[in-house]
Design a protein around this ligand. Sequence first.
Ligand code: ATP
Length: 347
Amino acid sequence: MADIRIEKIAKDFGATKVLHEVELEVRDGEFVALLGPSGCGKTTLLRIVAGLETRSSGRVVIGGRDISDLAPKDRGLAMVFQNYAVFPHMTVADNIAFGLRMQKRDEARVKRQVEKAAGLLHIEAYLDRYPAKLSGGQRQRVAVARALAVEPAVLLMDEPLSNLDALLRLEMRTELKAVLQAAGTTTIYVTHDQTEAMGLADRIALMHSGRVEQYDTPTRLYERPATTFVGGFVGNPPMNFVAMSVSGGEARHGAFAAPAPTTKDTVLAGIRAEDVEIVEPGTGLAYEVVVVEPLGSHLLLAGKVGGQLFRAVARPESGVRAGTIIGLRPRVERIAWMDQETGRHLA
Ligand code: ATP
């Protein structure tokens, strides 16, 4: 079993608190992404799990064993980083074998494991080559194969695909997911790219200023953001927020009304771009269309509701034009209602 428990991990750099008693549990074989904006503490948290950074307090438990004070090499994990540090003076095979030889495995086993890892990453044909004669994507595969060759119970990855071009990233993303699922490796994966996190992870820990803002499946994060920060970070385009006034059990903005989820005077309605229907002007929300982007499968509209930016998706045949005012009716059952003061979801 290689479940990971991060228990109240805090980190101060001098007077600056970069992690606030973070709690996180990763199940055996689960793929968890640490997602969040630059500087939110993702890398620091991952490095603490790896043993490459000291913690100020808290502990890390893997498979029931407190590993907080062990050296990195004794933690039973492997790592892949953004600058995929493959050794230039070693062939691909020797690169992949590196960790196994460090563990002093017999050469027959090393050979077997190297071939298996190379097979998983489709680089068997390059085993005798030197990294200088590989593309960026192939080099990245070598780094991943090297990490997988030791059959780690836990794999830690920090932006491992960010040096690759968009197409290769997509390809590697799909492969990584398949490979790690097949291997049953417990994985923590740091990224600031929400598409990557959504595509890869079983669960995402969305971090914000040294705290985990929400820890949930990609779908839950998208559909039921715990805070306005989550709604605004996850999803492309981000969630729209419309302030509505509440009276007589009804939340209202212009001609659009819905049953009020609160007794406070105001509430924020979190509305996804695709959760609206175009209706006659004068009904629904009054929507001032500013820009129409024809994206083939749909039109992406940027415009304003009550002076605030609002993005909506419309069908290509809807014929929406920039510079017009149309009606938008949000699907009430899809609205994420947020407390306007706290920015938290109203359960
Ligand atoms: P990014 O995506 O930009 O890498 P991140 O979420 O991984 O961001 P961290 O690298 O964990 O963020 O950094 C968290 C905070 O800790 C940042 O504000 C950073 O400036 C600070 N920090 C990191 N390392 C140190 C250090 N050695 N000394 C002082 N502050 C540090």
